[in-house]
Design a protein around this ligand. Structure first.
Ligand code: GLN
Length: 224
């Protein structure tokens, strides 16, 4: 078991805005990793901590062996995919996912989990999620937007989410893929068994409901 890295006790902005410490994880808390090769790792680690998980960075196969669930963060899917191959984590990660490890991809993470991409250029994908995704489907950086999104199965009103050069799902390739939310008629949250993916960033707004649901899923997978 490798060293568990915990992060700062502060959530983004809180250091400046009133210092709300993160809770210490309880004994036996689920250990959830964030793939930490590139992208917005810290925000996910903090969201997981707020949801009661032990949150740890995953860069190597040893790190991967130590976690019970994994978030693949937003960032640049081409870079993350290439680094997964270079550091020889790609194949072990595919095996863990195939063996049922709960995995949550956000934005670039959704792209990486997709089985197919709607583009000519080939880039390394993790795969596993039976969807065809299109990168930057909402336009360039200037077209990024925040919105309130109704999510099936998430109570308490619309979620606060941020679409940043976001992808969207162009096609669902298998019946078992559930669509939990749509924008303009395109799926932006999909779930397929132990795999969850969002086109947006849920980790930058402080609305932790999807992280909480994912942590609950990791706990449930441990019991199963
Ligand atoms: N546009 C990026 C990509 O294609 C994803 C952007 C993001 O993760 N915010 O990888």
């Amino acid at each position: 078991m490798s060293q568990i890295t915990t992060t700062s006790r502060w959530t983004p902005g809180e250091r400046l805005a009133g210092r709300v410490p993160l809770p210490e994880p309880a004994a036996g808390a689920p250990i959830v990793g964030v793939l930490a090769l590139q992208g917005d790792v810290l925000e996910h680690l903090r969201a997981l901590r707020r949801c009661g998980a032990v949150a740890t960075e995953v860069r190597t196969t040893d790190h991967l062996d130590a976690v019970e669930g994994l978030i693949v963060p937003g960032g640049e899917s081409t870079t993350i995919g290439k680094l997964l191959e270079r550091f020889e984590v790609m194949e072990p990660l595919r095996q863990r996912i195939a063996a049922g490890m709960p995995t949550f991809g956000t934005c670039a993470g959704m792209i990486l989990l997709s089985d197919e991409l709607e583009q000519e250029r080939v880039q390394p994908l993790i795969g596993g999620l039976a969807v065809r995704t299109r990168r930057n489907a909402f336009g360039r950086q200037v077209a990024s937007f925040d919105t309130g999104l109704e999510v099936a199965g998430i109570d308490g009103g619309p979620m606060d989410v941020s679409f940043i050069r976001a992808p969207r799902v162009e096609a669902v390739l298998e019946d078992e893929v559930e669509v939990l939310a749509e924008v303009d008629g395109y799926p932006v949250i999909v779930r397929q068994g132990h795999l969850l993916a969002t086109a947006f960033h849920p980790e930058v707004t402080g609305d932790d409901r999807l992280h909480a649901a994912f942590v609950a899923q990791v706990r449930a997978a441990r019991r199963a």
